[in-house]
Design a protein around this ligand. Structure first.
Ligand code: ADP
Ligand code: MG
Length: 396
């Protein structure tokens, strides 16, 4: 993949249409987590210093093509201005005369935020006329919203074909990290896939077995694999109807030379409650009313050894019910070892997924990984090996 570079672009006095993801969680008009606002700051500082006129394009929530006042981006203008330490102008529509006037009034280095793109049906429909209206407001296009790149919308895909298109600095960083983990990784590459169900991660598992040297399967989905191999998993979460699917994945892994690491022991309890009585069981000793809630110590030991002898780690999905201690133990041990190896420069450790990010934060090590993606759906589609329209459209 090859992209234009913002670093070498001529930006002074140019109007840059910058697609960002500032779909932050809000309660009663207040932002409860500003991670996404902070994530776009490097790109905005950079553009501002180079004298570009910055026009922010973004969506908020799901207004479904209609103007929904409660889903306005206006409440984000002031918080953004505080973070940037410069004024942020706001236009109450993302196309048309008011948007034009707000953009025309920008000085070099100035910033404007345009109203929610999804107030127009043309955004999600990737309507060429709507994209052309947006294009009139800029001289170049910058996409810094990797988390929206799995959608082919006007502002993430169509617009990229109408103006010189660049990845923003955060997008660039994310693409480099993902490439280092799955594109051109240092081998051996170890994957960890956990989480609750096989059914939600079929495409992901099928893609990973063709790319990785080793794949550790954990979480509830490991139960489905164990049951498919004749293990009695008692009252555990298990998709018993996916036995054939699990056996097919085991066969494709073998065919592709990917070593599968399945649990060799498990932690069970009768109910999922903090600090309930639990047992460590071998696979032949799971009782009918037992629920498997975490990987056992021998499984964890083998996983840590696999990490020690790998050069790259790509991780999605917790190894157990990490929200309920002590069933966080395997996930926390694995997270800490990955972080130590990454900090020591021995491994490239990349992770992503909503609950995975929460689990790494719970373990207190998210900041020590090489890269942790907060992109959710886009990250998973990338792990599934799918082309992301918002990334493909940026390619030169
Ligand atoms: P992500 O959001 O990172 O992609 P998932 O949504 O696939 O991850 O999986 C996370 C969920 O899987 C967590 O809520 C966790 O409690 C659950 N889980 C992990 N192990 C088990 C298990 N053994 N039994 C039931 N649920 C599990
Ligand atoms: Mg999840």
């Amino acid at each position: 993949m090859s992209f234009r570079s913002l670093e070498t672009a001529d930006l002074a006095g140019k109007r840059a249409l910058v697609r960002v993801d500032i779909n932050v969680p809000m309660e009663a008009g207040r932002i409860t987590d500003d991670t996404r606002l902070r994530a776009i700051l490097p790109t905005l500082y950079f553009l501002s210093e180079k004298g570009a006129k910055i026009v922010l394009l973004a969506h908020f929530d799901r207004p479904k093509g209609k103007r929904v006042p409660a889903m306005s981006l206006k409440p984000l203008a002031d918080p953004l201005s505080d973070l940037l330490e410069q004024p942020v102008a706001f236009a109450d529509d993302c196309i048309g005369p008011h948007a034009k006037a707000v953009v025309a009034a920008l000085e070099n280095g100035g910033v404007a935020l345009l109203e929610n793109l999804r107030f127009h049906p043309g955004e999600e429909n990737n309507d060429p006329d709507f994209a052309a209206e947006l294009a009139k407001l800029g001289d170049l296009y910058v996409n810094d919203a990797f988390s929206a790149a799995h959608r082919a919308h006007a502002s993430t895909e169509g617009l990229a074909h109408l103006l010189p298109a660049y990845p923003g600095l955060s997008m660039q960083r994310e693409l480099e990290a993902l490439d280092a983990a799955l594109g051109k990784p240092r081998r051996p590459v170890l994957g960890i896939v956990g989480g609750s169900k096989v059914s939600t991660k079929l495409d992901l598992l099928n893609n990973l077995v063709t790319k990785l040297d080793r794949l550790a399967i954990g979480g509830g989905m490991a139960n489905t694999f164990l049951a498919a191999q004749g293990v009695d998993v008692g009252a555990s979460l298990c998709e018993h109807d996916l036995g054939d699917t699990a056996r097919e994945i085991i066969a494709s892994a073998k065919a592709a030379g990917c070593e599968l690491l399945l649990p060799v022991d498990v932690v069970t309890a009768r109910e999922v409650k903090p600090n309930v009585a639990f047992s460590v069981r071998s696979l032949d000793a799971v009782a009918p009313d037992d629920r498997i809630l975490d990987a056992g110590p021998e499984t964890v030991k083998r996983l840590l050894e696999a990490m020690d002898s790998s050069s790259t780690l790509i991780w999605n999905g917790p190894l157990g019910v990490f929200e309920v201690p002590p069933f966080d133990a395997a996930t926390v041990s694995a997270a800490k070892r990955a972080a130590d190896l990454a900090m020591a420069g021995k491994i490239v450790a990349v992770a992503g997924g909503g609950d995975t990010v929460a689990a790494l934060n719970h373990a207190g090590v998210a900041g020590e990984f090489t890269f942790v993606s907060t992109a959710g759906g886009a990250f998973l589609e990338w792990m599934e090996g799918k082309a992301l329209p918002g990334v493909a459209a940026l390619e030169t």
